[in-house]
Design a binder for this molecule. Sequence first.
Ligand code: C2O
Ligand code: CU
Ligand code: CU
Length: 502
Amino acid sequence: GLSAAAALSRHPSATGAHLRSTVALPPAFTAPLPAPSVLGPVSTSDGADRYEITQREATLEVLPGISTPMWTYGGTFPGPTIESRRGRPVIVTHHNELPVPTVVHLHGGRTPPAHDGYPTDLVLPAAWSGHGQHARSHGMADARAVVTDTRRAYEFPLDQRATMLWYHDHRMDFTAPAIWCGLAGLHVVRDDVEDALDLPRGDHEVPMMIADRAFDADGRLAYPALDPTLTGEPGVTGAYLAGVLGDVILVNGAPWPVHEVDTGVYRLRVLNGSNARHYELEAVAENGRPLPLIQIGADQGLLAAPVRHERLPVAPAERYDVLIDFGGVPVGSRVRLANRLGTGRTADVMQFHVVRRGARARIPDTLADDLPEWSRSRATVTRDLAFRAGRMNGRHGWLIDGRPFDPGRTDITTRLGDIEIWRLVADVHHPIHLHLVGFRVLSRGGAAPLPHDAGLKDTISLRPGESAEIITRFDGYRGRYLFHCHNAEHEDMGMMANLEIV
Ligand code: C2O
Ligand code: CU
Ligand code: CU
């Protein structure tokens, strides 16, 4: 048979294949940018803030006038945003009223292993309660997989730098379709370091979950293979194998929205919540002049100093905290946020409409001074890890060092507190994510890191054929964690491994 790499080359893009919507799509820049709702705690006593989220089906109006059934956290897409303070524990109880088992992972969270959302640590559907047989008949014979609870209290210490995290489904083999169906939301952590900087806030701080989707003629979400593990080789389409790309760009769940702004400075908190699509963002004024995107933070919080970008690449699961200054833009004109990697309509993301004058704001020259600096000489272990296509159980898959994910196998054992250098190499585009820890990028392609590699990261975008070195310290908790490709289809097709901290 064909190797996975050969199968990929039959498709137009090595990073994925397009799904085409068959429903009529709306014109760009007409839908207002939604602000994801902020969830209120149900209690704030006993030293923790407690929240409740019901995972349920909901029919949402994503495209104007069209009904789209989705899987949701609390009935919305994106799910509700949780706002918290560094070091203040948060307990989120998830109730599963969906028809499928789920797993919640707080991406970027410094979370003990029991609450990190291991892919077989399931919350079963409420409709299954009392039916252990039902779980087994769905192929969950693994004892670890069979839990009786249809609700789960996830505890997050959040003893970590201020940044924007996100929570999403993480069930083994089914993460990609679950996120596609809507299981994703934001979680913002704040701290005193950030407060002292007096950054834009209130309506001048704009969370932006960018995600592509495709819709069928009835307005339902289109997706190529709902159950790749059961369909086997013929069901694993090239689109699935490479990663699923939609032709509609949503920001906070609205297609190509428009957002009214003043001539002040805005803080855009960007998450690429797409399964497989990479973006290269560029803000362009009506006169064709680019507006710099001034990066102040990375996945794991503020940089030491701002970094100006004319174009900013954003891989799946990465977050970029950027300031944009509309001060030089005439009132009444528009600024387009474009995607340089897109073609046709996927070359647009959203638009800012400058409608009034605003207060001038200062952009700080220095930001945070609490970034970890790990020198090469302090690393005790150097590991090589290859992220490449290959065969898994006789079909195409994505492998780490030649092996697909196995929840029963420990791939790497590391000692708590050790500093390690990982040398990563990729065949096609793979955004590699480590749970629990933040890391620094030491080198890329044998040369210095790129400007957007600055700061503390939890996801690094490896471009086709590229290698990179990252350095981190495995501290926080002992136990089993994951690292994986965050192309969600690659992750489901094996590109994930276990890291045991002892
Ligand atoms: Cu968002 Cu295991 O990841
Ligand atoms: Cu994660
Ligand atoms: Cu990948």
